[in-house]
Structures are given as C-alpha cells and as structure tokens.
Design a protein around this ligand. Structure first.
Ligand code: GDP
Length: 298
C-alpha cells in the first residue's frame, strides 16, 4: 500500500496516530469508544461516519479485550464497509458512442490534470478518447488542456477564449461521433464564485448535449481536492444542485493528511467514487480500492 500511495500514507499516519493510545484499559469500553470517535472526527471522517463506526465497533466488541493493533484493524474494516458500496470505476458502456463525460469542479481542484489522467487510463484500456475544452473562460485552462492532449496524443476540440462552451461541446460530440471515438471528456468552467452563471452555462451544455443524444452527458464527474477537508463536502452539495453529479474523483491524496474526507463523502452522499489522484503525473490516477484505502487511512 505504501508503494502505491506514496505520500498518501501521511493520511494513515494521521488517523493512525490519532488512534494511538486510545485503548486505555485494554478493553473496549465507553471511554475508548469516545476516544475513537473523537479521533475519527479529528481525522475528517465527519460526525456521521464516526458515529456509525463507533456503533458498529461497540455492537461487535463492547467489553472485550482489544489491543491497539486490533482496534486499528477493526476501524479499517468499518471504514472499508462504508467505502465498498461507493467504489465504482468509470466504465465506457454508452451506446451509441461516444460516452460523454462532463468533468466539473472548482478551479485548482485538479480538474484539467484529472481529465488527462482519465484519458490516459481509457487509452490503456484501448478506448479512443477525445477532449473538449469547455472552460473557455480561462485561456490558461485551454492551453493547459492542449498541452496534455499533445502529450498523450489525443485530439482536442477547442473554441476561442471567451467563446460559448456549449458550442465547443457541440463540436466535440459531432467530431467524436464522426470519428467513432469511445469517450469524449469535457472540461468545464469552475467558477463557483458565480454560481448562477455557472449553473446557466452547465445547463446550456446539458441542453445542447441532450439534443444530440438524450443520454448525454452520461457521466458528470466532480473533481475534489482532498486537501480542502470538510470544504470538499460543501462543494459536493453545491455542485449537486448546480450540475447534478453522478460520481466523484478525489485528488491530491498524496501529501495530505485529509483522506478521511473520502469516508465522510461516502457516508453523507453515497455518490460513486471512481478514482483517486495521488500525484501530478499522468499515471497518478488510481482506481478506487476501498479495502486498500481503508487500510491506508486507518
Ligand atoms: P484545475 O484548475 O482544477 O484544472 O487544476 P489543475 O489540473 O491545473 O491542477 C492544479 C494543480 O494541482 C496542478 O499543479 C496539478 O499538478 C496539481 N494536481 C492535480 N492533481 C493532483 C494530485 O492528485 N496530487 C498532487 N500532488 N497534485 C495534483
């Protein structure tokens, strides 16, 4: 696990160290359960998941002898139980093609990088991919996406800076359909400061897409920066209202101490978690493996 996740281990050290020394009497008593619950909350798992884990531990083991190591294993098992139902890779199943994947998230969350990583994962599975630069608001965003597209050798559909994102998406779907592309991944603006504009923009994209294919967008993937901790949760809430969200990708789980927010998100929203970002490189997107992640967190 350490090799796979690199810096993500820091997360584990955090909950792990928060869990250290909580077994006071070598038995699972109320004081120990209080400590466990506190450690889980402090580690960003959120009050609901913390309470659920506490209850499960108590139901299974109250009054029994427990070592610190056994406690950590038991916590990992309960975390895995919360994460397993939401682990769901992003699969290419759309018929007719292309599968249109709208990628949303605030600027800086790692959206552009994640799009490139996702495209790369699909390529490795022998799917053809096209990108659409739907964040026409920031010239830098278009440029950055173009650089990635070059690097991984996928076609990019783009429009002028300040142009209409919906028209870029329209061109993208047309080109992808003509070329028999499997997956069209669409970058979108991340200006959450102006919710109303963003909502209208995303609605227009949806409208245009829906006219081309009633099933599109097939996926609306929200990219979240795990270093935002609990803030990531309010972003999920907002984007669910603004855009509808079908699944999550959490980035920057390397070098952060806040992987616990994955558990909070799973508990609170139950949205599929497709993958996690563990670095800046093209192959630093990992399928979301709940058991592995649970062991790393706890
Ligand atoms: P956008 O503004 O949402 O499109 O974000 P970018 O894709 O430009 O990413 C913002 C910064 O986060 C860049 O420096 C990326 O290299 C970095 N980044 C993205 N994903 C990850 C990740 O999983 N881990 C780390 N350490 N950095 C990441």
């Amino acid at each position: 696990a350490d090799r796979v996740f690199g810096g993500f281990r820091k997360t584990s050290e955090r909950l792990s160290s928060n869990l250290s020394g909580v077994v006071g009497t070598a038995r699972l008593d109320d004081a120990t359960l209080d400590n466990v619950e506190d450690a889980l909350i402090v580690s960003d798992l959120g009050p609901a998941a913390a309470a659920r884990i506490r209850t499960r531990l108590s139901d299974k083991r109250f009054g029994l002898n427990i070592t610190e190591r056994e406690l950590k294993e038991a916590v990992a098992e309960e975390i895995a139980a919360i994460l397993r139902p939401v682990a769901k890779p992003l699969e290419i199943t759309a018929f007719p093609r292309p599968q249109v994947i709208l990628v949303i998230g605030v600027n800086g969350s790692g959206k552009t990088t994640t799009i490139a990583k996702l495209a790369h994962l699909f390529q490795e599975d022998d799917y053809s991919v096209m990108l659409a630069a739907g964040d026409t608001f920031r010239a830098a965003a278009i440029g950055q996406l173009a650089t990635w597209a070059d690097r991984i050798n996928v076609p990019l559909v783009r429009g002028p800076e300040g142009g209409d994102p919906a028209s870029v998406v329209f061109d993208g779907v047309k080109a992808a359909t003509q070329q028999g592309i499997d997956a069209l991944i669409v970058d979108t603006a991340g200006r959450l400061q102006n919710k109303r504009e963003l909502m209208e923009e995303l609605e227009k994209i949806r409208r245009v897409l829906g006219r081309l294919n009633p099933e599109a967008p097939h996926d609306v993937v929200l990219v979240l920066d795990a270093t935002n901790g609990q803030n990531a949760l309010s972003q999920i809430e907002t984007f669910r209202q603004v855009a509808g969200v079908t699944g999550l990708i959490m980035t920057k789980l390397d070098g952060t101490a806040r992987g616990g927010v994955l558990v909070a998100a799973a508990e609170q929203f139950g949205l599929p978690i497709h993958a996690i970002g563990v670095g800046e490189k093209i192959d630093d997107l990992r399928p979301f493996d709940p058991d592995l992640v649970a062991r790393v967190i706890a």
